[in-house]
Design a binder for this molecule. Structure first.
Ligand SMILES: Nc1ncnc2c1ncn2[C@@H]1O[C@H](COP(=O)(O)OP(=O)(O)O)[C@@H](O)[C@H]1O
Ligand SMILES: [Mg+2]
Length: 476
C-alpha cells in the first residue's frame, strides 16, 4: 500500500520507541491472548500480550483513501440488494455446493428460509472491504469483502490512537504530522450500529448475543464492542458459543429467540465463518435455530453468502452489477476496484495460470486466512484437479495476483521490533442498518490497516502473518 517511504530510524531509536509503544498497548487495552499461555484463549484477563503492531503508520496517497471510503456505502447497499435475490445466490453457488460441504450446509439453511418465506425486516451489516494498492497499475483493488465476523474494529481504532500519540511525541524528529493519521472510530461506530439495531428491535429487556469460538485469543477486540454497548448505550452483551446456543436456546411461539433465559435482539457472529466452528450437528442446529428466529442476525444467512468468494467472482462478470445497482457512476466505481476474477470452467484461464502461476491466487470458499494457494502449489493443484475431472475445480476461484509496493516497516511482535520490507492491506469498515424501506445507517465506519513482511503470501493477524497498522495520508 505504501507509496511513499516512511522515515528510517536507527535500530536503537526504533527499539526504544517500540518499548514505549508496547507499554501504551498494555495501558490502553490494545492486547490479545498470548499463545504461550494456555488459558489465555478461554480465561479473560489471563496471559495478555500487546497485539502485534507496526511502529509507524503505513503511507497511503490520499486519493486512494477517499476512493476506498466512497466505496463503503455502495458495497453496503450492494450486499443488501444481492442478499434479497435468493435465486441469484442459489444459482451462483449451485456448482460450488456439489463439491464444498460447508457452502452446501449454508445454502441448505438459506434454502429453508426461502421456502418458508422468512422475512428479515431489520437487516444489519457490519462489513469490511479489504484492498491492496497494485503497484503495476497504480490502482486500488479489492481483495475481498467480509460480511461475517469482520475482525479488529475494537483494536484497529486503538492502533490509530497509538500512532497519533507516537507521532505527537516524536513527529518532529521523524518529519511526520499526527493529523495525517485519519481518526478511526470503528469501535464506537460498530457499537452504535449494534445499539441502533437493538433500538429498532424495540424490546427493552433484550440483549445482544455475540457468537464466539470456544477458544478466542482475540477476545479483547470483541470485549471493546461490549464495553461501548454497555457504557454508551446501556445494552448488555452475552457471549455464547454455537454449542451453548444449541443447549440453552429455544424459539418461543412468537419467534423470539431465548438463550439462557435472555431474549435476544441481535445475534452478532464472531464465529461460524469456518467449518471448524461446526464440529458436530449441534452447531448447525444452533445456526438454523437462530436463523429461524425473529432476532436480527449480523449477518443473516443471505448476507453471509453474499460475502463468499464465489459471489465476489460472479459479481465481477459482465452485466451482473447492473442487476443490482442503478447508478452508472456507482457501478463504475465498484467495477474499477475489481481485480481479475475467474471461475475454473474457463479452460483458457486455467492454461494461462498453469503457465504463469505467479500471476494468480487460487482461493477456496474459506475465510480466516491460510487457505489460499500460490505459485508452484497453484500450478500443481490446477493440474491435479483437471486430471481428476468432475466438478472439483468448482470449489475454487482464480484471482489476479496483486503486487503492492514494499516499503520499510518496523513490525513489533511479542515485545521485539523487526525491521523489514513490508506490504499493507487496507480494510474499510462499513455499517448498514435497514428497517423495511427505511435505511437507518449506511456509512463508512473506520478502517484497519494490516501490514506483513513482503515475502509472506497470506495476511491474517490472528493467523500470525500480519500486524495491525493504521495509515498516514500523503499528498500524492
Ligand atoms: N489477489 C491477491 N493478490 C495478492 N495477495 C492476495 C490476493 N488475495 C488474497 N491475498 C492475500 O491473502 C490474504 C488472504 O486472502 P483473503 O482473500 O483475504 O482470504 P481470507 O478470507 O482467508 O482472509 C489477504 O489478506 C492477502 O494478504
Ligand atoms: Mg481476508
Amino acid at each position: 500500500m505504501s507509496a511513499a517511504v516512511p522515515p528510517a530510524m536507527d535500530p536503537a531509536a526504533a527499539g526504544e520507541m517500540a518499548r514505549e509503544a508496547a507499554a501504551w498497548c498494555a495501558l490502553h487495552g490494545l492486547v490479545v491472548g498470548d499463545r504461550a499461555d494456555q488459558r489465555s484463549a478461554t480465561v479473560p484477563g489471563v496471559g495478555l500480550v500487546h497485539a502485534p503492531f507496526s511502529l509507524l503508520p503505513a503511507h497511503l496517497p490520499e486519493p486512494f483513501w477517499r476512493q476506498a471510503c466512497e466505496l463503503a456505502p455502495i458495497f453496503n447497499e450492494l450486499v443488501d440488494r444481492v442478499s434479497m435475490d435468493g435465486n441469484f445466490l442459489q444459482d451462483a453457488l449451485s456448482k460450488t455446493r456439489q463439491v464444498d460441504d460447508f457452502t452446501s450446509r449454508l445454502l441448505e439453511i438459506h434454502r429453508k428460509m426461502v421456502e418458508i418465506n422468512k422475512e428479515e425486516n431489520i437487516r444489519l451489516g457490519l462489513h469490511r472491504s479489504d484492498y491492496m494498492l497494485d503497484s503495476e497499475t497504480s490502482s486500488l483493488l479489492q481483495i475481498e469483502l467480509n460480511t461475517i465476523s469482520a475482525s479488529f474494529p475494537g483494536l484497529g481504532s486503538l492502533v490509530s490512537d497509538l500512532h497519533r500519540t507516537l507521532i505527537k511525541q516524536h513527529g518532529t524528529l521523524l518529519g511526520l504530522e499526527h493529523k495525517r493519521v485519519p481518526a478511526n472510530a470503528a469501535n464506537t461506530q460498530f457499537a452504535e450500529a449494534l445499539a441502533q439495531t437493538w433500538a429498532e428491535f424495540n424490546i427493552d429487556s433484550a440483549v445482544i448475543m455475540m457468537i464466539v469460538q470456544p477458544e478466542e485469543r482475540n477476545m479483547y477486540d470483541q470485549y471493546w464492542l461490549s464495553k461501548h454497548l454497555q457504557d454508551s448505550h446501556g445494552i448488555t452483551t452475552i457471549r455464547k458459543t454455537l454449542s451453548q446456543v444449541e443447549a440453552e436456546g429455544q424459539i418461543l411461539p412468537d419467534g423470539t429467540l431465548l438463550v439462557g433465559g435472555h431474549k435476544v435482539a441481535v445475534v452478532y457472529y464472531r464465529a461460524g465463518y469456518t467449518p471448524n466452528d461446526y464440529p458436530s450437528e449441534a452447531e448447525w442446529s444452533a445456526r438454523l435455530m437462530m436463523e429461524q428466529s425473529s432476532a436480527v442476525k449480523c449477518p443473516s444467512i443471505s448476507y453471509h453468502l453474499v460475502g463468499t468468494k464465489k459471489i465476489q467472482q460472479e459479481l465481477a462478470k459482465p452485466n451482473v452489477l447492473e442487476r443490482f445497482l442503478e447508478s452508472k457512476e456507482e457501478i463504475d466505481k465498484v467495477r474499477k476496484c475489481f481485480a481479475g476474477l475467474w471461475s475454473l470452467d474457463d479452460e483458457e484461464i486455467i492454461k494461462t495460470a498453469v503457465e504463469k502461476p505467479e500471476l494468480f491466487v487460487l482461493k477456496p470458499q474459506r475465510e480466516g486466512g491460510g487457505n489460499n494457494i500460490y505459485g508452484l502449489d497453484l500450478r500443481e493443484t490446477l493440474v491435479r484437479l483437471q486430471k481428476e475431472g468432475g466438478d472439483a475445480l468448482a470449489a475454487y476461484i482464480l484471482m489476479q495476483r496483486i503486487f503492492p509496493k514494499a516499503s520499510l516497516a518496523y513490525l513489533v511482535r511479542g515485545g521485539v521490533c523487526h525491521e523489514g520490507l513490508a506490504i499493507s492491506e487496507l480494510g474499510i469498515y462499513g455499517a448498514y442498518l435497514r428497517n423495511k424501506d427505511k435505511v437507518v445507517i449506511n456509512e463508512q465506519s473506520g478502517y484497519l490497516m494490516r501490514t506483513k513482511v513482503s515475502s509472506s503470501d497470506e495476511g491474517g493477524v490472528a493467523a500470525g502473518f500480519a500486524v495491525l497498522d493504521s495509515l498516514y495520508l500523503t499528498g500524492k
